[in-house]
Design a protein around this ligand. Structure first.
Ligand SMILES: Cc1cc2nc3c(=O)[nH]c(=O)nc-3n(C[C@H](O)[C@H](O)[C@H](O)COP(=O)(O)OP(=O)(O)OC[C@H]3O[C@@H](n4cnc5c(N)ncnc54)[C@H](O)[C@@H]3O)c2cc1C
Length: 488
């Protein structure tokens, strides 16, 4: 049964295809579109997520139940409790991201990334930061800037008077925030919009890849050192094999790591420990805002600001005012920082005994993550800076120890009239990355040197993430992967 134009249910899983993309999130659909544009045909994208519409989901309630977290994943700490990315609606996290577009810094790229990838990201052509950013800001202008609640106010002059040394820029966003009755809503670009004819201008009229909703990839089929296809579990409890000449893993960092580990084992290279996992460290203060500033800032078109501290702190400072659904406006003043290297977090697998079961099943994966002493130290150092900013705002600080996310801190701040500190758990920034890095486990475009015609795409492939939010890089790398597959 066809769900909607170009989106299919499990009943339409094909016997075989030319390119099979595993995962229909930002990286999978992004890569599939880039492949189509380069003339590749017979592309199929599979994802267990139910189809819940084409548009950005923001905070609107989900009326369609999401698939359960697959039983093979667990976390060994309070971090990664939700196991980000292993389950979601069709479209993955591109259906709810906030559209922040920041590049990995030149310093990080030049030090840690392979030269060919860094060069392309920093150049001008397809797959460069410049090209992807311009295109997404164009998309925003076409779709978003006509919104009725726009106000050209800019609070930065008042803010400069408070914090003269801080450079504050509006956050470059492939989307925009609006106030809804229950809180702030964010609407942002998703590659899925191409299927609703509301995507990027260059995708208009493109022959779109086939997207199949329902099946979850269990393993990559490998024969004589090359991919042969993928084994899928279907929602009705069945198992299906799909032949494919090329397999692209785009199932989020955790599932990409598992599928890649299993494929390597099939090719004779069993690796059970995958180090390098890292997420951004997010911490800040929820601050009840003095009313004069609140009024102007809340009405402003520049409600979401950032300050670049990559060079000295490997972090970005963000500020956003939340007013909708709250008794008083609250300022969220938070850092997003890279975890300190060397990364100690890892994904570990327990391969099942195949001689006992006789079946090719999913490996059980465990995520182990914690802040290192260096992370704790950096959190303290950055908090001292934000503490000084709060002094300028003349608000008291109620120290909060332990792991508290923004929402509870915001509620506490409103209740007590004091700024509340929060440190979010790892895995909640949804920026988990780094287990299958380019230049070490993968060649240009995410090609595996160990398994023929196997590619990995998405943040799992980032050698080091820096402080930047990942999606701009995800979309740029989608073009590199398509280029590597089509031989461009
Ligand atoms: C609320 C929120 C706000 C965010 N804001 C920003 C932002 O402003 N800027 C930014 O850069 N980033 C942001 N992010 C992060 C960003 O959305 C993600 O990093 C990015 O979407 C990840 O893309 P992906 O394709 O790697 O993974 P996902 O989007 O998670 O897609 C993976 C897909 O694979 C599917 N899948 C999983 N396992 C399997 C399997 N075994 N077989 C088949 N399919 C499978 C999943 O169902 C999912 O659809 C935000 C995230 C969230 C949650």
């Amino acid at each position: 049964m066809r769900i909607s134009e170009g989106i299919h249910s499990q009943a339409e899983i094909p016997e075989g295809c030319s390119v099979l993309v595993v995962g229909a999130g930002m990286s999978g659909l992004g890569t599939a579109l880039e492949l189509s544009e380069r003339g590749a045909r017979d592309i199929v994208v599979v994802d267990p997520g139910p189809f819940t519409g084409f548009e950005h989901r923001s905070r609107t309630p989900n009326t369609v139940p999401l698939p359960d977290t697959p039983p093979w994943w667990r976390s060994a700490s309070p971090h990664y409790a939700e196991l980000p990315g292993v389950t979601g609606p069709l479209g993955g996290r591109s259906r709810c991201w906030h559209g922040v577009l920041l590049p990995v810094s030149r310093r990080v790229l030049e030090r840690h990334w392979p030269n060919d990838t860094a060069d392309r990201l920093l150049a001008e052509g397809p797959g460069s930061y410049r090209a992807v950013t311009e295109e997404l800001l164009d998309w925003r202008r076409t779709c978003g800037d006509a919104r009725p609640d726009r106000a050209p106010d800019d609070p930065r002059e008042e803010l400069r008077a408070l914090w003269p040394d801080l450079s504050l820029e509006p956050v470059p966003q492939a989307g925009w925030s609006v106030d809804g009755p229950d809180g702030r809503l964010v609407w942002a670009y998703s590659p899925l919009m191409a299927w609703a004819h509301r995507g990027l201008a260059r995708h208009a009229g493109l022959e779109l890849p086939r997207v199949v909703s329902g099946p979850r990839a269990i393993s990559v089929l490998v024969e004589a050192g090359s991919v042969r296809g993928v084994r899928l579990a279907t929602p009705d409890g069945g198992i299906r094999e799909v032949r494919a000449d090329v397999v692209v893993l785009a199932a989020g960092t955790l599932e990409n790591t598992r599928l890649c580990a299993q494929a390597l084992a099939e090719a004779g290279d069993a690796v059970t420990r995958w180090p390098g996992l890292n997420d951004h460290v997010t911490h800040g203060y929820a601050v009840p805002l003095p009313s004069a500033l609140a009024e102007r800032w809340t009405r402003s078109d520049h409600r979401f600001l950032w300050s670049d501290h990559e060079e000295e702190l490997n972090a970005n400072l963000f500020m956003e005012v939340h007013a909708a659904g709250l008794a008083e406006p609250v300022l969220d003043l938070w850092w997003m920082a890279q975890q300190e290297e060397p990364f100690r977090d890892e994904v570990r697998f327990d391969p099942p005994d195949r001689t006992a079961s006789g079946e090719d099943t999913a490996w059980a994966g465990q995520v182990t993550a914690s802040f290192s002493p260096a992370d704790e130290e950096e959190i303290r150092r950055r908090d001292e800076i934000t503490g000084k900013l709060l002094e300028a705002l003349d608000v008291g600080i109620a120290e909060e120890r332990g792991l508290v996310d923004f929402d509870p801190a915001a509620k506490a701040a409103l209740a007590t009239g004091t700024a509340h500190h929060y440190v979010s758990r790892l895995g909640t920034a949804d920026h988990e990355a780094g287990t299958v890095p380019l230049g070490r486990r993968l060649d240009f475009g995410g090609r595996s040197p160990s398994v023929g015609n196997l590619f990995v795409t998405g943040p799992a492939t980032f050698p080091t993430a820096g402080a930047a939010n990942p999606s701009l890089t995800i979309l740029a790398l989608a073009a590199h992967t398509a280029e590597a597959i089509t031989g461009g």
